[in-house]
Design a binder for this molecule. Structure first.
Ligand SMILES: [Zn+2]
Length: 156
């Protein structure tokens, strides 16, 4: 059975805005918040970087403590508290494959969370989000591409 993912428009908009805010000049990323039921995931929200902290660093690395604090703040706004179910980051050159560093951090995350999601946001030359590719990561590190759909309404 293939893994199914739905993602809210709100989460997509936030990711697109985060890429546009840095003009796609560096990699950005954050966490996916939502719900997981066996092989179905529902992403309702996403954390995004604080732009004032944006430096010239090209490679994206999550700051665990800072991102967890942001995730908790977001979760508090929902009646049915969403959990951290994965990560996303952009690839400024549009490469649709994980780097070795990405694979290592995916595996580490799946060892903490159990099965989870990892997504690559692929921009166009300028700053627009062109495509979001989502994989499910298992604790052994294997990545399986998911079927994903965008929710037109955000149902908290
Ligand atoms: Zn990467």
């Amino acid at each position: 059975m293939s893994t199914q993912v739905t993602i809210s428009k709100k989460a997509i908009r936030k990711i697109a805005a985060a890429i546009a805010a840095v003009n796609n000049s560096r990699e950005v990323g954050g966490l996916f918040m939502g719900y997981r039921h066996s092989s179905k995931y529902r992403i309702v929200d996403a954390t995004v970087p604080d732009c004032e902290k944006c430096s010239g660093v090209a490679s994206f690395v999550l700051d665990g403590a800072e991102e967890t604090a942001k995730a908790e703040a977001l979760a508090g706004r929902y009646t049915n508290t969403p959990e951290i179910i994965g990560v996303w980051h952009s690839h400024i050159w549009g490469d649709a494959v994980f780097s070795l560093q990405d694979e290592e951090s995916n595996r580490r995350l799946a060892q903490i969370l159990g099965n989870c999601l990892s997504a690559l946001a692929l921009p166009e030359k300028q700053s627009n989000l062109r495509k979001l590719m989502i994989w499910e990561i298992v604790p052994a590190g294997e990545a399986k591409i998911c079927r994903a759909a965008c929710e037109t309404e955000n149902i908290p």
